[in-house]
Write a protein that binds this ligand. Structure first.
Ligand SMILES: NC(=O)c1ccc[n+]([C@@H]2O[C@H](COP(=O)([O-])OP(=O)(O)OC[C@H]3O[C@@H](n4cnc5c(N)ncnc54)[C@H](OP(=O)(O)O)[C@@H]3O)[C@@H](O)[C@H]2O)c1
Length: 296
């Protein structure tokens, strides 16, 4: 494909919203849980935004560095979310290299989505920060607890719909975080001043166990859903039988057996710090999602 055609395709992919601002925000993972919400909010505020992912009109693949420069062309701000997870091997190197490309392309402000209490995620934060600092790029890190949306639209949603969720997790509590709060925080950090250099730990307002979270979901659905704790090996075998690839199985094993050990149970005032309002409770978020048909 000639570079002229690539540029046309990229411009077609940009969402112009009537604003003639010179700022263009590239949203990586722009079709995912947080990216999609960030795109909606930026567009609603009249910002110019470009969605990038493997299946977007603007194609970006972390495994294909040749896709990076075309996606970054003209961008001045960046919402950076890495899939499948910052904890996977190689994520820190990939994100450091991408941040270098972003700085070279003219990006001046980056908001990085990260995970709480994950050594791999914190290594990726350090790698991105080192590049950003040396290139004079503003960086804000959103270090997040587990999303409520894992239950309503992510990997647990089909099981909830089927009436039974089985996970290798017991009594540990987690302050589940509403992805709408993440997106609000990301947009504030992208568009407003005063967030450069900050790392915000974002959590929901109360920590609750997975069984209790499932009870809240069931109440929102208006029907019974059971929660069962299963041994890690049985969980892995069941997912493997469903065709889930080994690298995803390794990632889930890491998250459930290492990260979910209680280290992230504490709530924080991160949402209040960024947005000047309290975070949304899981019960409120799941009722809102149920009303919009997430388990229909
Ligand atoms: N879920 C949680 O509870 C939680 C909590 C804290 C932090 N996080 C972090 O959130 C990040 C994921 O963000 P998210 O939940 O907003 O997204 P998501 O719902 O997991 O969706 C992934 C997004 O990334 C894109 N993508 C997947 N593979 C890609 C690749 N190889 N190259 C380029 N794009 C790719 C997907 O689109 P395509 O398929 O079109 O490529 C999609 O837009 C992870 O880094 C995770 O550590 C998650």
């Amino acid at each position: 494909m000639s570079s002229g055609v690539s540029t046309m395709a990229r411009l077609d992919a940009d969402r112009w919203t009537g604003s003639m601002t010179r700022e263009l925000t590239l949203v990586t993972g722009g079709t995912g849980t947080t990216g999609r919400r960030v795109v909606e909010r930026l567009a609603a505020r009249g910002a110019q935004v470009r969605v990038a992912s493997r299946h977007s009109a603007c194609m970006l693949d972390w495994e294909e560095p040749s896709t990076w420069a075309p996606a970054l062309a003209g961008a001045t701000r960046l919402y950076l979310t890495y899939a499948p997870d910052l904890a996977v091997p190689g994520a820190a190197d990939t994100l450091a290299a991408f941040t270098e490309s972003a700085a070279a392309a003219g990006v001046r402000r980056v908001v990085l989505l990260s995970g709480r209490g994950e050594p791999g995620a914190q290594a990726a934060e350090r790698a991105v920060r080192a590049v950003a600092d040396s290139a004079g790029v503003e960086l804000t890190v959103l270090r997040c607890s587990w999303f409520v949306q894992n239950f309503t639209e992510g990997q647990f949603a089909p099981s909830l719909q089927a009436g039974e969720l089985a996970l290798p997790v017991g009594d540990v509590v987690e302050p589940f975080l509403d992805a709408d709060d993440v997106a609000d925080a990301a947009v504030a950090a992208l568009l407003e001043e005063g967030h450069a250099g900050r790392t915000y730990e974002l959590t929901g307002p109360r920590a609750l166990g997975f069984a209790e979270a499932v009870r809240e979901c069931a109440a929102a659905m208006g029907r019974a859903v059971t929660f069962q704790q299963v041994p890690p090996a049985a969980f892995r075998a069941a997912l493997a039988a469903d065709g889930v690839p080994d690298d995803v199985l390794d990632l889930l094993a890491h998250l459930f057996t290492e990260v979910l050990d209680g280290r992230n149970s504490r709530t924080t005032d991160g949402v209040q710090q960024v947005l000047g309002r309290p975070p949304t409770d899981l019960a409120t978020a799941v009722r809102r999602s149920a009303a919009s048909g997430c388990w229909a």
